[in-house]
Design a protein around this ligand. Structure first.
Ligand code: C2E
Ligand code: MG
Ligand code: MG
Length: 746
């Protein structure tokens, strides 16, 4: 508490400071005050207007003070003049009266007459000894007057005495005068004392002085106001306009362009700089919205124009069509013909689209090989579709590129305002969805957005989100489906098929979530896990003394393109202690046909490790037979659709037969997938197929069930097939036990 008190008291009380201030001269104090004011004001913005008002007020105040001083001086001067005129008159009268006087008493009437005048208050005559002998003021009689001031002066001379302290009734103005008199008839000298009524005279002059003062003040105020107005007009207003102009970056209308004074010059310099800035900004904006290669607008431009068109359509009604055109396999053009050729193709496409556009249509390049078109002058979705297919046809016309003739296919996704969305982002997203669909449908397709596409996209997103969780929480398992050798009836292998039991939705088919995993990149960890688990399981079965079989793992196109696939697989085999001959990879035919050279390299490396390669779904991917010869393949898997048809029509067996013969000619073994009944089995057997996989041989089953199945599978399959047909056509997954039970399992 004590300390607090001390602290509070210490700040305001500064004895040293006070002592110093006390020791300062007035000039030093003024200087210190000015310095303090400067420090206070520094850092505070004070507008020109305030400064001018302050300065003019100061000037006005100083002028008013000067007028006051002048008036006072003038008043004093006038008063003194008036007093002196009257004193000299009185001196003349007294001098004459003294010359004629035979006694001091004879002067009394003169004195009385003088005091009757308005300006003389009192008058007295003192003898040579300085004593007052006759006076109008009875109080003075007999008093002594100091005569020293008059010594040496001649008669009739007037001397101003100021205040005669020892004479009573002294007024406000020092109006005491002494006059030396000679009284020849009495043969003596005397001194007359005059006391003037200065108050009366001052009262007479005061009115005049006030008038002067008033006029001067009015003049000063008027002059200051006039100067203020002029300064405002000539300096303050232009500076303020300049400030507004600068603050708004040249947006304000009135530019203080005045004559060529300093403000005008600054204003012009500012205006030039603003204009230059605006030009640069406009150029940057236009560059930021333009695609350098095709000189079309880019995605930003496209979206902003789309927003404009939407607002216009909101006001005036009408449809707005949004199309996204994508060039088919544009990457191949870049990869095979080089980027210059790719650029040419893009420029050609831009030119074609520009050529096809009608009045208000907007064309932009919104992605590497994607072009956006906004169409406004349409009446229906059909109009938009027609326009889209016209664009696709125009782009797809064959053209020459150097020595080569090229055909660049394209497809379009399109969507309409207002039915599919009311916002630029939504419409672009919908057009994108429609485009994905049209890519799926194949070259030349034009797909109009439908709500199902959106629902499907949402579904995909949900699956992706849940799948991430499932991967993290180990909610995935592997099922195994047996492959059976037709000649011996033995289980020679198993295909590992992934299963996901969703917490709420139950089993989700891999056909549903594998594409999502591929698109999201989740497929990479997923495949690693499948490989690891399949190898671990196979090794475990071998350690349990079960017949040694190969386990097949499906890999996706994404996996196949990864350069680390070989390493991942080799590491997995080492970690799980499985010999490579018991691992097989299933790749689909369509997968190997993309980037053939890269894929062949990867497959060869894998093959050289001793891993078997099987081509899945064979017959659906239009693979070139020439390539087939180059693939280091161990097995071809006839697609289920061919097996399905095999027993039906008259020529259902033709394609399987061709595949089997071809494979055998190339020294590759054949497995038929999706074999569901004995008829199919028999026909395949007749055609010389090596192995079968399908419900007839055994459904995909959990590892534990498969273990039992494998343990009991020494006998031939066909032995049990009769039983399947006899017991139930319905293929049911059940743990198999020997040939008979295997039949019933199917
Ligand atoms: P896939 O590799 O062709 O696998 C065969 C599919 O046919 C499996 O479907 C299997 O359950 C089914 N199937 C087997 N026998 C029959 C039959 O007699 N009749 C019928 N109608 N179908 C039969 P699933 O398990 O639903 O797998 C679908 C596809 O998902 C697989 O086709 C494969 O491409 C992919 N897939 C499954 N597991 C994985 C995996 O671990 N990784 C990758 N990348 N893809 C996988
Ligand atoms: Mg497969
Ligand atoms: Mg298959």
């Amino acid at each position: 508490m004590k300390d607090e008190g001390k602290g509070e008291a210490a700040e305001p009380h500064d004895p040293d400071g006070e002592a110093m201030t006390a020791a300062m001269s007035p000039q030093e104090r003024m200087r210190a005050f000015a310095e303090m004011l400067r420090l206070r004001m520094a850092g505070h913005f004070v507008s020109v207007r305030s400064k001018v008002v302050f300065l003019l007020t100061m000037v006005g105040a100083i002028l008013v003070i000067l007028s006051g001083a002048f008036t006072l001086y003038d008043f004093n001067h006038a008063l003194r003049t008036q007093v002196e005129i009257r004193v000299s008159g009185a001196a003349d009268v007294l001098t004459i009266a003294a010359r004629r006087a035979n006694s001091f008493a004879e002067m009394e009437p003169v004195l009385a007459a003088m005091t009757g005048a308005a300006s003389v208050k009192d008058v007295a005559v003192a003898g040579a000894d300085g004593r007052v002998v006759t006076t109008s003021n009875s109080g003075w009689l007999g008093k002594r007057v100091d005569m020293a001031a008059l010594a040496g002066d001649g008669a009739g001379h007037t001397v101003e005495l100021g205040r005669l302290e020892h004479l009573s009734g002294y007024g406000t103005y020092p109006g005491d005068y002494a006059i030396r008199l000679e009284l020849p008839r009495l043969g003596t000298e005397a001194v007359a004392i005059l006391r003037m009524d200065t108050d009366y005279l001052a009262g007479q002059l005061a009115m005049q002085a006030w008038n002067t003062m008033m006029w001067l003040t009015i003049t000063v105020i008027l002059a200051t106001l006039t100067i203020s107005l002029l300064v405002h007009r000539v300096i303050v207003a232009p500076i303020e306009a300049l400030r507004d102009y600068a603050e708004t970056g040249g947006e304000t209308e009135a530019l203080p362009a005045g004559p060529d004074d300093e403000i005008g010059i600054v204003a012009r310099a500012l205006s030039d700089s603003f204009r230059a800035n605006r030009d640069v900004e406009a150029r940057l904006t236009s560059l930021a919205a333009t695609d350098g290669l095709t000189a079309l607008g880019n995605r930003t431009f496209f979206k902003s124009r789309l927003s404009e068109e939407i607002s216009r359509a909101e006001r005036h009604g009408g449809l707005v069509g949004v199309m996204i055109l994508n060039l088919d396999n544009f990457k191949d053009v870049n990869d095979t013909l080089g980027h210059d050729a790719g650029d040419l193709v893009l420029r050609r496409t831009a030119d074609i689209l520009k050529g096809c556009r009608r009045g208000g249509d907007v064309v932009a390049r919104i992605g590497g090989d994607e072009f956006g078109v906004i169409v406004t002058d349409i009446k229906s979705a059909d109009d938009a579709l027609q326009l889209a297919s016209r664009l696709v046809r125009a782009v797809s016309v064959p053209f020459r590129l150097g020595t080569q003739e090229l055909t660049q296919g394209a497809c379009v996704g399109l969507t309409l305002y207002p039915q599919d969305g009311r916002d630029a982002d939504v419409l672009v997203k919908n057009a994108d969805l429609a485009l994905s669909r049209s890519k799926h449908e194949g070259s030349g397709a034009c797909v109009l957005y439908r709500h199902e596409l959106h629902l499907r996209a949402i579904e995909r997103n949900t699956i992706e989100r849940d799948l991430r969780v499932a991967v993290a929480r180990n909610q995935l398992t592997l099922f195994y489906q047996p492959k059976v050798d037709m000649a011996s009836g033995r289980v020679t292998g198993a295909e590992a098929l992934i299963r996901w039991r969703h917490e709420e939705r139950g089993f989700i088919s891999p056909a549903q979530f594998i594409p999502v995993a591929e698109r999201s990149g989740l497929i990479v960890p997923l495949t690693k896990w499948v490989l690891d688990e399949a190898c671990r399981q196979n090794r475990e079965w071998q350690e349990l003394g079960l017949p040694k079989i190969g386990v097949a793992v499906n890999v996706s196109a994404i996996d196949l393109k990864r350069t680390d696939l070989t390493d991942t697989i080799a590491n997995t085999l080492i970690r799980r202690g499985l010999s490579p001959q018991y691992l097989e990879l299933e790749v689909t035919e369509s997968m190997v046909m993309q980037d053939v050279d890269v894929v062949i390299g990867t497959l060869r490396r894998l093959r050289s490790l001793g891993i078997g390669i099987g081509i899945d779904d064979f017959g659906t991917g239009y693979s070139s037979l020439a390539y087939l010869k180059r693939f280091p393949v161990k097995r071809l898997k006839i697609d289920r659709t061919f097996v399905n048809d095999i027993a039906d029509g008259r020529d259902g067996h033709v394609i399987p037969k061709v595949i089997i013969d071809l494979a055998h000619a190339l020294g590759v073994s054949v497995v038929a997938e999706g074999v569901e009944n004995a008829d199919q089995y028999d026909i395949l057997n007749e055609l010389g197929c090596d192995e079968v996989q399908g419900y007839f041989a055994g459904r995909p089953m959990p590892a534990a069930e498969f273990e039992v199945f494998l343990r009991n599978s020494p006998a031939g399959l066909r032995a049990g097939a009769a039983q399947i047909e006899a017991s139930a056509e319905k293929p049911v997954a059940r743990p198999a036990g020997g040939a008979a039970s295997r039949g019933s399992a199917a």
